[in-house]
Design a protein around this ligand. Structure first.
Ligand SMILES: *[C@@H]1O[C@H](CO)[C@@H](O)[C@H](O)[C@H]1NC(C)=O
Ligand SMILES: *[C@@H]1O[C@H](CO)[C@@H](O)[C@H](O)[C@H]1NC(C)=O
Ligand SMILES: *[C@@H]1O[C@H](CO)[C@@H](O)[C@H](O)[C@H]1NC(C)=O
Length: 303
C-alpha cells in the first residue's frame, strides 16, 4: 500500500520538513509564555531536573553517568560531531483532546529547532483522532465532567487503537510521542501489551495522566523488551509543575506503574503548564533532546 493511500485511509498526515517556527505557533499554549527561564547556566539547568520518587534514574544522574564531555559543552555548542550528519528521527505523534494532525506537529517545532542543533531531522507522522471535539478531535468520548484519569471506560477506544496501531506497525518509528489524551492512549496500549514493537528511542508522554479503565492491566503488566540486546524500553515523562489541566500526581502514578512493569522511566519536570515545552524553556528542550539520544547503541556510544 502506498504511503499516500495509507495516510488518507488513516487520516494521518506526514509532515516532512514543511513547518516553520513562527510566533503564532508559540501562542497556542499560553501557559508556557508565563514560564521558563532565560538562565542558561548549568546550575539552573540541573536544578530544573528533579529526581522523581520512583524513577530508577533521573536525567541528571544519567548525564553524569555518561562521559563528562556532554556536561562540558555549552548550550550553544553543537553536538553534531557525535552523530552521523543529518540523522532522521521518525516519530509517531498523537495530539491531545481537541487537537488535530495539522496543528500538532507545529507544537513540536521548538523541539525540532533544538534537535537541529544536533543535526537531527524530525520526521513526524501525526495520526488524527476519530471523534470531532471542539475545533479538533479526540481519541474517545466520556460523559460530561468525567476525565480520563477517573473514567470507567473510554468510549471509542477500539477505533482509535486500531487506527494508531495500523500506522505504528506499518512504519519503523524511532519514537512514539503523545500529548495529554494522545499520551494516555499510548499508555493504554502499553498497559494492554499491544505495542507492535517498542521504538528504539522510546516513548515521550507529555502531560499524561493515569489510564483509569486499565488500572488492572497496568498492575499486572510485565514488559517484554523487544530491543536488542534487551534494554528495557524507555519512557520520558514531561510534567509541568504548573499543569492545571492534568494533575501531575496522576502522571506520576502511571510512571510508578510502568516502572514496576519493567520500563525504564525518566522525568523532565519544568515550570510550565500542560503544553509541550517551547522556545522559552531551553532547559527542558535540551533535557528532552539529550534524553532521546542517551542510550547504549553504537551510533551514540561516543557520548
Ligand atoms: C525543523 O526545522 C528546520 C529548520 O528550521 C525546518 O527546515 C524543518 O522543516 C523543521 N521540521 C519540522 C518537522 O518541523
Ligand atoms: C505537581 O503539581 C503540583 C501542583 O499541582 C506542584 O505543586 C508540584 O510541585 C508538582 N510536583 C513536582 C514534583 O513538581
Ligand atoms: C550502558 O551499558 C552498561 C553495561 O553494558 C550499563 O552498565 C549502563 O548502565 C548502560 N547505560 C545506560 C545509559 O543505559
Amino acid at each position: 500500500m502506498s504511503t499516500s493511500v495509507r495516510h488518507s485511509l488513516l487520516g494521518a498526515v506526514t509532515f516532512l520538513f514543511a513547518l516553520q517556527t513562527s510566533s503564532s505557533s508559540v501562542t497556542t499554549t499560553p501557559a508556557f509564555l508565563l514560564a521558563g527561564s532565560n538562565d542558561h547556566s548549568n546550575h539552573q539547568y540541573s536544578s530544573n531536573i528533579q529526581p522523581a520518587r520512583t524513577t530508577t534514574r533521573t536525567i541528571r544522574q544519567l548525564f553524569f553517568s555518561q562521559s563528562n564531555r556532554i556536561m562540558e559543552e555549552t548550550e550553544e555548542q553543537s553536538l553534531s560531531g557525535s552523530y552521523s550528519p543529518q540523522t532522521t528521527l521518525r516519530i509517531l505523534a498523537l495530539h491531545g483532546s481537541e487537537g488535530d494532525a495539522n496543528e500538532f506537529p507545529r507544537r513540536l517545532s521548538a523541539l525540532n529547532q533544538t534537535l537541529m542543533k544536533y543535526s537531527i531531522n524530525l520526521d513526524i507522522t501525526a495520526v488524527e483522532g476519530p471523534f470531532p471535539k471542539g475545533s479538533g478531535f479526540s481519541w474517545w468520548t466520556m460523559p460530561p465532567g468525567v476525565r480520563s484519569f477517573n473514567a470507567k471506560e473510554y468510549e471509542g477506544f477500539e477505533e482509535s487503537a486500531t487506527r494508531v496501531l495500523d500506522c505504528w506497525k506499518n512504519n519503523d518509528f524511532d519514537m512514539v510521542l503523545g500529548h495529554s489524551q494522545g499520551a494516555i492512549l499510548i499508555a493504554s496500549l502499553l498497559a494492554l501489551n499491544r505495542a507492535p514493537y517498542h521504538p528504539k528511542r522510546g516513548y515521550i508522554f507529555n502531560g499524561v495522566s493515569f489510564p483509569n479503565p486499565y488500572t488492572q492491566d497496568v498492575a499486572s503488566l510485565t514488559v517484554v523488551p523487544t530491543i536488542t540486546p534487551s534494554l528495557p524500553p524507555k519512557i520520558l515523562f514531561i510534567l509541568g509543575q504548573n499543569d492545571k489541566i492534568t494533575p501531575n500526581a496522576s502522571g506520576e502514578q502511571l510512571r510508578e506503574g510502568l516502572s514496576k512493569a519493567g520500563f525504564q522511566v525518566d522525568s523532565c519536570y519544568h515550570k510550565g503548564g500542560h503544553g509541550i515545552p517551547l522556545q522559552n524553556d531551553p532547559e527542558a528542550l535540551t533535557t528532552i533532546a539529550r534524553w532521546i539520544y542517551d542510550d547504549n547503541d553504537s551510533s551514540t556510544s561516543e557520548l
